[in-house]
Design a protein around this ligand. Sequence first.
Ligand code: ADP
Ligand code: MG
Length: 243
Amino acid sequence: MARITLDDVTKRFGEEGDSVVAVDDVSLEMQDGEFIVFVGPSGSGKSTLMRIVAGLETQSEGDVFIEDTVVNQLGPRARDIAMVFQNYALYPNMTVEENMSFGLKMSTDLSADEIERKVTEAAEMMGIGKLLDNKPGELSGGQQQRVALGRAIVRDPNVFLMDEPLSNLDAKLRTTMRTEINRLQNELGVTTLYVTHDQTEAMTMGDRLVVLNYGELQQVGTPLECFYRPANEFVAGFIGSPS
Ligand code: ADP
Ligand code: MG
C-alpha cells in the first residue's frame, strides 16, 4: 500500500472566473520509505502541492490518502508529518535543546527523561550534540539547518516534508547537506517529500522525481528515466537531457 496517494488533486486560488490553477489534476503515489522530489521552475505548484500533503492547504478538488485513509479533513498534526522549511524558524531565545524538545513537550506526554533521550539521540545523528546549550544566533547557517532537521527527527514522524531547505546555504554547504539529508533518510527509512527548483539537487537526491510545470504533472520517474527518457520537451529541457 502506498504511504501517500494523491487522487486528481486540483488547487485554485482566487475567485471563480479569476483564479489561478496552482495544481492541476495531479495523481501520484508515494511508496513507503521513498525519497520523492517535487521539481520544477518557480511557480510550478511544488510548494502548494506539498502544503496540501501537509494539510496546511485544502485542495479545491480531489483526495489525499495516507495509506488507505482519506485525510482531506485532517490538519497537519493529525497527519503525523514533520516539515522543514528554508527559513528554519528556530526560536531565537531558546537553546538548541529547547528548540528540539519544545514540540514534544507540547504534543506528547513523554517523560522529561524520554524527551531528553530522544533529543540527544537526534542531535548526535545530526552532529550537533555539542551545541545543545547554544542559542540559534550563535550557530552558523548550516548548524541551524541541522537543528531544524534534528527537531523534525525527534518527532519520529511517518513522513518528512522539506521545502527548499537548503536554498539559504552557500554552494559548498548545500552539497554537504544534500548528502547528509540522504544519509539521514536512509538511516531512518522515513518517506520523504523534498521540494526544489534545482535540477542537480533533484537528480542527485531523489529516488523518483515528480516534474511539475504550471501545476501540471509532466513526468514521474527515477532521475535516470527523466534524463534519458524525458516524457516531453519540457522535461528534456528542464532536466537537461541529451537531445
Ligand atoms: P512553487 O513552489 O513551485 O514556486 P507555488 O506552489 O508557490 O509554486 O505557486 C504555484 C502558483 O500558485 C503560483 O502561480 C503562485 O503565484 C500561486 N499561489 C501560491 N500560493 C498562493 C496564494 N496563497 N494565493 C494566491 N496564489 C497563490
Ligand atoms: Mg515554492
